[in-house]
Write a protein that binds this ligand. Structure first.
Ligand SMILES: Cc1cc2nc3c(=O)[nH]c(=O)nc-3n(C[C@H](O)[C@H](O)[C@H](O)COP(=O)(O)OP(=O)(O)OC[C@H]3O[C@@H](n4cnc5c(N)ncnc54)[C@H](O)[C@@H]3O)c2cc1C
Length: 547
């Protein structure tokens, strides 16, 4: 007789929860998802700017933060290929579009464009890393060589050294930033913020350096751009088609269904309490995947769970490693592309990164949204909420929404208006601050969805996708993965690992979800193998093949 597949309950419907449901339902499992919000997608969702659509037009498309899919992503993009979308051959994946430039904007000079794909093959990785930073950035040749050398050191180190040593040192210390010039700090601290809200002084060298080295490598290797983004508002071209697909393959997706408690008895999960239609309900199942953000899961971990798996107790400490990173959008009456890709505002106290969206949204007619006058959207991520802004002298956390708008707009002007008013107030039709920033308190504002930052020593606090409780699995971006970065890619990989662990535990005859090695730096295999011997002998990295 065919074995009955376990009934799986998924807590949370962000990228991790949706990915887990997707993998399970395609393998014939009975799956139900419980998501607190009405909109699926979690931090990756886009959101309507409520009340902005007038005269029958749609509300403007707002975002929690812009969506960047670097070339090295393999897991989330693989899932996207299995989400049908119109006539697209590769489903939603075909909705990814390449940005061809990375802009570094400064407050004292014109923006510097960098090509995000080089056509030639590479001859010498070390030299190429260095050449990226030569001349244009006001760095000395020695400084450029030092940074290139550090990226090279990281990429040519063995995995053991990266995970066991570099997780324990900050990126700042690894690149010896203290000994470098102010210009060096200005450039390389800014660069570490492209993907996450990470502060170079706090984030670990393994995570930041590896991602940095990979991004640079992707910029200098043929085969597509390092920068990819969606060709329309996220919900329209990815999240809603995904949600529809999950429903079509039998996933029971409950929205407006916050999980209030996880019950554990005799070392096993017996059910969860969920609020639906204003009523508390006990939901049971054979096994449970928690795809909740770390700070929410930490709040649900109780004594029973900790006594069944003491490692779950560490989540409370891990949850202290979240930072704020949230989006603000400016809707303009001109398209204003600025550059064909993402931009880092290198001198912005609030660590702004942005993209001018409309150029990547060929099928989106903005005249159908808002007041009908919008032609361009600047989507900005604010990654430092604690540094004082130049206008009000206060950190973003302590500003009102209007003060945040004024500060961000001013910091953008400072980076783009060199000699002419590229940005001026006459362009502004509307603006929107992420709905997660709520006012007031405990500061002036509260952030409903902070983001995990890979700080020094946090690897030891991060759990695997399986736990010591045989029917509890963990997904979400804080779980240990090859990706090792709180991103959509990390969340998707974590979900795959949780599903694989279920397949293993219940001895189910089903294909495992594919997991990729990340950041292989294959070209440096010889150096890495040599470094592994050195690491095992307790010797430092020396960057040579023999010795
Ligand atoms: C501003 C910003 C920009 C970003 N940009 C990028 C980017 O460009 N590229 C990239 O790869 N990553 C980016 N990230 C990171 C990425 O969005 C996240 O790491 C990823 O989406 C996390 O997915 P998740 O499913 O693990 O968690 P979440 O997205 O947090 O999903 C968890 C889900 O659980 C739900 N939930 C919470 N509490 C409960 C409860 N009690 N009961 C039931 N459900 C609950 C939430 O509503 C949510 O839907 C960005 C993050 C931010 C904050």
């Amino acid at each position: 007789m065919k074995k009955r597949l376990p009934k799986v309950v998924v807590l949370g419907g962000g990228v991790a929860g949706m990915s887990a449901a997707h993998e399970l339902a395609e393998r014939g499992f009975e799956v139900s998802v419980y998501e607190a919000r009405t909109t699926p997608g979690g931090k990756a969702r886009s959101m309507d700017v409520k009340g902005s659509g007038i005269d029958g037009r749609k509300d403007l498309p707002g975002e929690h933060g812009f969506r960047f899919f670097p070339k090295f992503y393999k897991h989330v993009t693989d899932t996207m290929k299995r989400i049908p979308y119109g006539d697209n051959r590769h489903g939603v994946f075909d909705n990814l579009i390449e940005g061809t430039r990375l802009g570094l904007a400064f407050n004292d000079r014109a923006m510097l464009p960098f090509i995000t794909e080089f056509p030639e093959s590479i001859r010498d990785l070390k030299v190429l890393y260095q050449s990226l930073f030569e001349n244009h950035l006001g760095l000395t040749a020695e400084e450029a060589a030092h940074y290139g050398g550090k990226l090279y050191e990281l990429a040519s180190s063995c995995e053991l050294r990266r995970y066991l040593d570099y997780q324990r040192i900050s990126w700042w210390d690894f690149i010896e930033a203290d000994k470098q010039s102010e210009q060096f700090k200005r450039i390389f601290v800014g660069l570490s913020r492209i993907l996450v809200a990470a502060k170079a002084q706090e984030a670990n060298a393994c995570t930041i350096g590896t991602v940095g080295a990979e991004l640079m490598l992707d910029m200098v290797t043929p085969g597509g751009s390092a920068d990819r983004l969606l060709n329309g508002p996220t919900n329209e071209v990815w999240i809603y088609p995904w949600y529809d697909y999950l429903n079509s393959i039998g996933v029971q997706f409950n929205r407006d269904a916050p999980v209030k408690a996880i019950h554990c008895d005799n070392g096993a999960i017996t059910g969860i309490t969920v609020v639906m239609d204003g009523q508390e309900q006990l939901v049971t199942g054979d096994c449970f995947i928690s795809a909740l953000p770390v700070e929410v899961m930490a709040g649900l971990v109780n004594e029973e769970l900790i006594s069944a798996d003491p490692l779950l107790g560490k989540l409370k400490t891990l949850a202290e490693s979240v930072e704020w990173m949230n989006g603000i959008q400016f809707y303009l009456n001109e398209e204003l592309p600025l550059i064909h890709g993402h931009i880092i505002c290198m001198d912005s106290p609030w660590a702004l990164t942005l993209v001018s969206q409309k150029q990547f949204w060929p099928n989106t007619d903005l005249a159908e949204y808002g007041n009908g006058n919008v032609k361009g959207v600047l989507s900005v991520d604010v990654s430092d909420w604690e540094a004082p802004g130049p206008l009000f002298g206060k950190p973003a956390m302590k500003c009102s929404a209007e003060e945040i708008r004024q500060e961000v707009w001013q910091q953008l002007k400072d980076h783009f208006n060199h000699g002419s008013d590229v940005l001026h107030d006459g362009l502004l039709e509307h603006w929107f601050l992420d709905e997660d920033i709520q006012f007031p308190n405990p500061h002036e504002a509260t952030n409903m969805e902070p983001l995990l930052v890979n700080r020094v020593h946090t690897w030891d606090l991060r759990p695997n996708a399986y736990t010591a409780i045989p029917n509890l699995y963990l997904a979400s971006d804080y779980v240990r993965t090859n990706t090792d970065l709180a991103t959509m890619e990390g969340a998707n990989e974590a979900a795959r690992r949780a599903v694989n662990a279920i397949i293993d535990y219940y001895e189910i005859k089903a294909d495992k979800c594919r997991i990729w090695e990340m950041y292989e730096f294959e070209l440096l295999g010889l150096w890495q193998r040599n470094d592994k011997s050195r690491w095992q002998e307790g010797l430092p990295w020396n960057g040579k093949i023999v010795g």
